[in-house]
Design a protein around this ligand. Structure first.
Ligand SMILES: Nc1ncnc2c1ncn2[C@@H]1O[C@H](COP(=O)(O)OP(=O)(O)OP(=O)(O)O)[C@@H](O)[C@H]1O
Length: 266
């Protein structure tokens, strides 16, 4: 049995729909991620993966249905409130502050759990200074964890894309998330960078981090995930272990598609 199976539910997406005009981008999606699980979400172009990701991160709200994190409804909360509750996001594409150091970029990720607020930041109270020291210590730990311990002082914008993606991951980890959302984290990476990133996600998962991974690279998801949910035209068409998904005729049809509604193949 792999990690996460049979664990308590952490994320529950229940009957979630979201339309854009006449298009049902997600349609009655149900998906439960267990604590400690690495769940992959795949599907052809336009299947609703990005929409689902935004519904969990809080950048979109559902037209119907509920999303709960460890029993707390989050589907109406703004992204920063979800972050405070433990949802951390690595968005598609690197979005670092290029002129800041690697360490500073990661320290920004700790914002979700700071307590002393803006006034303290301006007044530089003792509490704030202590908090700042803690944040930078945690940022160093997170960078060690992603293999960038030697790079803390480097300018983030000068790093190769594979390293930048690691900085993003560290930035998400420093907030000590309960759920790590990864949106196409391997996109744009060269094959060696891609394999190294894959190993890193595997290590984090082995350490107990719960991950929801949305990814175009089906092979990568098959290798990493405990379970995979397959979307097609906004609906869940399959949900199971990588082996079960690989053999599922509906999945094969959705990808190799007889219909002309699918623009791409895996
Ligand atoms: N902001 C929007 N406005 C209008 N239509 C949208 C919007 N976002 C998504 N859609 C539509 O919703 C459907 C699902 O799109 P979504 O981007 O979620 O799919 P996807 O699986 O992430 O696709 P891809 O793999 O190509 O990124 C598509 O038909 C898309 O055109």
């Amino acid at each position: 049995m792999s990690i996460g199976e049979g664990g308590l539910p952490l994320l529950e997406i229940d009957g979630v729909s979201r339309s854009f005009g006449g298009v049902r981008a997600t349609d009655d999606v149900r998906l439960t991620v267990a604590d400690g699980e690495l769940r992959g979400v795949i599907g052809p172009n336009g299947a609703g993966k990005s929409t689902l990701f935004s519904l969990v991160s809080g950048h979109l709200t559902p037209s119907a249905g509920t999303i709960t994190l460890d029993g707390t409804r989050i589907d109406r909360l703004p992204p920063h409130r979800r972050a405070e509750l433990g949802v951390a996001i690595v968005f598609q594409g690197a979005r670092l502050f290029p002129g800041l150091s690697v360490l500073e970029n990661v320290a920004v990720g700790a914002h979700a759990r700071t307590r002393s607020g803006i006034a303290a930041a301006i007044l530089r109270t003792a509490g704030h200074r202590r908090e700042e020291r803690e944040i930078f210590a945690d940022a160093r730990d997170a960078l060690e964890r992603v293999g960038l311990g030697e790079w803390v002082d480097a300018e983030a914008g000068g790093l190769p894309l594979g390293q930048q993606r690691r900085v993003q991951l560290a930035r998400a980890l420093v907030a000590r998330p309960r759920l790590l959302l990864l949106d196409e984290p391997a996109s744009g990476l060269r094959s060696t960078e891609r394999r190294a990133f894959e190993d890193l996600v595997r290590e984090l998962h082995a350490d107990g981090v719960t991950v929801l991974l949305i990814e175009h690279d089906v092979g990568l998801v098959m290798r990493l995930a405990d379970r995979i949910t397959v979307l097609d035209l906004g609906r869940v068409i399959a949900d199971g272990t990588p082996d079960a998904i690989r053999a599922d005729p509906r999945v094969i049809e959705a990808y190799l598609g007889t219909g002309d509604h699918h623009a791409a193949h895996p």
